[in-house]
Design a protein around this ligand. Sequence first.
Ligand code: HEM
Length: 518
Amino acid sequence: MFIFVVIMAQDRRDTSISPSEAIPSTTKGLRGEPLFNSSRNERTTSRNAFILAQDKKCLPGPWNFPVIGYLHKLDPQAPYLTLTKLVQKYGPIYSIKLGMVKVVVVADVRIIKKILAKDETLGRPPLYLVTTVFEGKGLAQADLDLWKDQRKFVANFLRTVGATKFSPNRKAFETLIKTHVEEFVQVVKSQAFYKPVDPSELVSHFVSSIASNLLLGKPFSLNDKKVADLSRNLNFFNKSILFGTPLNLLPFLRFLPPYKKKLTLVKEAVQRVREIQKKLVQECEKASCVDSPSNLVEAFQLQISEGKPEHIYNVDQLHRLLFDLYVTFTETTTNSSLWILLYLVQYPEVQNKIRQELYHVLEDKTVEVDDLINLHYIKATIAEVARIRSLTPLGIPHSTSEEICIEGFTIPKGVMIMPLLWAIHMDPQFYKEPEEFRPERFLDSNGHFFKPESFLPFQSGKRMCIGEDIAKTAATIFIAGVLQNFRVERVDSTPLDLTGICGATLIPKPQKLIFTKI
Ligand code: HEM
């Protein structure tokens, strides 16, 4: 309570300058660094920045309550909907305070691209829960110096193993996915044919196995208990770590019992994942041949043996990198595959059109990598699912390391930038009747797939998603494999629940489907 009162007083001092100014409150991050301008000098600089901003254009935005800002008004199940509603009132770029964190919400593709193209916005915001887990290491949440090196290392690695568009080894990677999809089909035929099944565990297993191949050099077997344990903990972690979760925005909540418990559970889940990974890496090291790396562990070890800087290339960073890539790979690919399945079931006419395309392009043969370029309707369907159910509806936030000026607005240093992908993908100006599921939006007059300017599922700039090609290839081969073998249907006439659970990604709700013969 005492802390609450102190912070409340602190917040009043800050907000007394202006209700909608861009000066954040004072608090310390996990590693003692300021969670946005903590020193007197920095705050003075920010005030100056704000006075300057008044000479230019001040960002619009709602009135923020002391301490909690606008947090209490966010829909806890779907915060992206609340923030999207505010776009109608304040326009495509506005400022808001979420707990202690000053946020600039951007819902316009052109402005987002401009902002994310700047070197001053390459960093991640030091949100409490995220920082507690990642500690600025790994890749996705790495501090900038480490990030520059590791982004290059991972990009080279993905190119070497064929997981990027123009890699000479592309065929090998696509074959890896195809083999797993074929195995998925066989398991459904032998274990789940004509029975109501929730496919999420099975999809998660095969996606994890592809990731394991890529990162550790070996697949997961279907009955491996370690893998089920890994997936369960990651799933819990993914559901808990949402950027808008109060623990990220009001760090003092960690002292209150329910949040303290949540923090402990998240830390335990992460710890469990790390233990399992450590075992898997040890197994992998025994069999590794460092001269010609074919997986991430070997590629990392090669850097160590070549004498690359030890403060980067050490065992801790290897484990952090594995954690990041495993999480980003499996959570996104599993959930996007499940969303696609659910939409195909809800819209059987789309399912039929895809089957017609498959027959037209492939006749009776299985999908080959060279066929992917001709599967326009499949690609349009994948894009439409990614639009209507943005996997990261709040975007992945960046932060400003220096003051920047955008569209005449000044955004001070230390502000969180939130690319509101949900608002962009549901903007009726670009997508007529955005609630309608229509893959045809992504086809040109010749029936060829095209990507509109207003479609940004992977964000943009130097820090944009590094797994874009993996995601697209996996989704295309998955749908082709499933629909060449099955008709996928609802269990009864009740429509599926397509609302999702908002965690780090938008997770489809578990529900049963039926796989039948075509
Ligand atoms: C449909 C699937 C996917 C979607 C929608 C997606 C979306 C995103 C988004 C929006 C970002 C933030 C970019 C930024 O900060 O500006 C991101 C970053 C990232 N993604 Fe993906 N992603 C997907 C699949 C994957 C896959 C399969 C991988 C596997 C390697 C992956 C690895 C990463 C990593 C490591 C980052 C952090 C990049 C960095 O900080 O440099 N993603 N992704």
